[in-house]
Design a protein around this ligand. Structure first.
Ligand code: KG4
Ligand code: ZN
Length: 335
C-alpha cells in the first residue's frame, strides 16, 4: 500500500504544504508573506496571523495539485521547531486537528534536519557520511550527516546566522527584506576585491557574523560623510565585498571540517544555499579538494514543506509518530 503524507511548514514567514507519496513529492505549495517587507524583517505577530489566514487555502491547493483526497492520507507531518513560537503553533495545531479528524498518525519534524534531508527529494542524492553546510536566516551550522536521521552539529554560529548577515548588511545598503537574494544579484555585477570587510576569527568550526555588520556600518558612515551618493554609486561592488566576506568565512570552516573528518561528500542547504556566489565558490573548491558536491534545487533551498515531507517519509518508515500532547519548540536541537 502507498504511503501518502501531508506536510506543513510554518516556522517563519512561509506558509507551505506538500504531499509526498512513497518518497516522491507530488506538490509543494508555498505562500510567502510579503507583509514583512516594509518592516525590514519578520514581525512574529504578523507572521502568525498570516499563517492563520493562509494555512487552509495552502493545504487545499497542495491536495488539489497532487490530486489527492484527504481521506487517502496516511499521516500528517508538521514543523515542530526551531522557529517563531506563534508561527509554529499555527502549523502544529492545524496538523493535530487534522490527524484527530482523519484518525491517522502525526509526525513531528525538525526544520533544520529537513533542510538537510531536502537533498533526498531529487537526484543526485548525497552519499553517507557527508558534511552539510546549513545556512539559513536563523541558523548556520556544519553538520556531520551519518544517516537520514543520524546527524551531529560540529560547528555553528555564536551570534548572527549567515542569512542574517546578508539581510542586515542589505538593510544598511537601503535594500528591502529579505536582502540576501538582492545582494546576490547585485554582487554578480560587482568587483569583490574593491571593498574588503573584516572577517571574524572563531576557534574550531564555529562562526561569528555580527562583526561584519559593524564593519559595514562604520565604513558606510565614513564614506557617506564624504559623498552622500556613495552607496548608490558603488552598490554592486559593496554587495560583492559583503558577499565575499560571508562566503570566505563559511568556506574556510567547511574546508577545515572536511579535512579533519576526511569527508569528501559536501552538501549545502538552507536559504543561503541559493546564493550564486556560494555555489560558484564551492564548485571551485570541489575541484581543488576532490569533493563530490550537492546543491539542492532552488525551490528546496528556502523554506518549503517538501523538505518537511521527505523528512516525514523517513520517520514514517520507522513508525516514529508523536501524540496529540506534542508542543512546538522555538529552540530545538538537531537530534
Ligand atoms: O532557510 P530560509 O528560507 O529560512 C530560515 O529557515 O531562516 O532562509 C532565509 C534566508 C534569508 O536570510 C535570505 O536572505 C537568505 O536565506 N537567502 C539568500 C538567498 N536566498 C535566500 N541569501 C543569499 N543569497 C540568496 N540567493
Ligand atoms: Zn529554514
Amino acid at each position: 500500500m502507498s504511503t501518502i503524507i501531508l506536510a506543513i511548514e510554518s516556522s517563519c514567514d512561509e506558509t507551505s504544504a506538500a504531499i509526498i507519496k512513497d518518497g516522491f513529492v507530488l506538490s509543494n505549495i508555498i505562500a510567502t508573506q510579503d507583509v514583512h517587507k516594509e518592516f525590514g524583517g519578520v514581525v512574529p505577530e504578523l507572521a502568525s496571523r498570516a499563517h492563520q489566514q493562509n494555512i487552509i487555502p495552502v493545504v487545499d491547493q497542495a491536495l488539489k495539485a497532487a490530486k489527492i483526497d484527504k481521506t487517502a492520507l496516511s499521516a500528517i507531518a508538521f514543523t515542530r521547531g526551531p522557529g517563531l513560537l506563534g508561527a509554529l503553533i499555527v502549523g502544529t495545531s492545524f496538523a493535530k486537528a487534522l490527524t484527530l479528524g482523519l484518525d491517522i498518525p502525526l509526525i513531528e519534524v525538525n526544520h533544520m534536519q529537513a533542510h538537510i534531508l531536502a537533498h533526498f527529494i531529487d537526484e543526485p542524492k548525497p552519499v553517507f557520511p557527508f558534511l552539510c553546510l546549513t545556512v539559513s536566516g536563523g541558523h548556520t551550522q556544519i553538520v556531520l550527516v551519518n544517516d537520514f536521521l543520524d546527524m551531529r552539529v560540529i560547528g555553528e554560529t555564536k551570534d548572527d546566522a549567515a542569512g542574517e548577515a546578508f539581510d542586515k548588511s542589505a538593510k544598511l545598503l537601503g535594500l528591502e527584506y529579505p536582502g540576501g537574494p538582492l545582494i546576490d544579484n547585485l554582487a554578480a555585477q560587482g568587483d569583490e576585491s574593491k571593498y574588503i570587510f573584516a572577517k571574524s576569527n572563531m576557534p574550531g568550526y564555529d562562526f561569528s557574523f555580527s562583526g561584519l555588520k559593524t564593519s559595514v556600518l562604520y565604513f558606510l558612515k565614513k564614506m557617506l560623510k564624504e559623498d552622500p551618493e556613495f552607496i548608490n554609486k558603488h552598490i554592486n561592488d559593496l554587495a560583492a565585498g559583503i558577499q565575499k566576506a560571508i562566503i570566505d568565512m563559511l568556506t574556510e570552516k567547511l574546508i577545515m571540517a572536511a579535512k579533519k573528518h576526511q569527508i569528501s561528500h559536501i552538501a549545502i542547504a538552507g536559504g543561503v544555499s541559493a546564493n550564486q556566489g556560494l555555489r560558484k565558490e564551492i564548485t571551485r573548491l570541489a575541484v581543488l579538494n576532490n569533493w563530490h558536491i550537492y546543491f539542492p534545487a532552488l525551490e528546496y533551498c528556502t523554506d518549503n514543506a517538501a523538505m518537511i515531507a521527505i523528512a516525514a517519509h523517513f520517520k514514517f518508515k520507522k513508525n516514529d509518530f508523536v501524540g496529540l500532547d506534542i508542543a512546538p519548540l522555538a529552540r530545538m536541537p538537531l537530534i
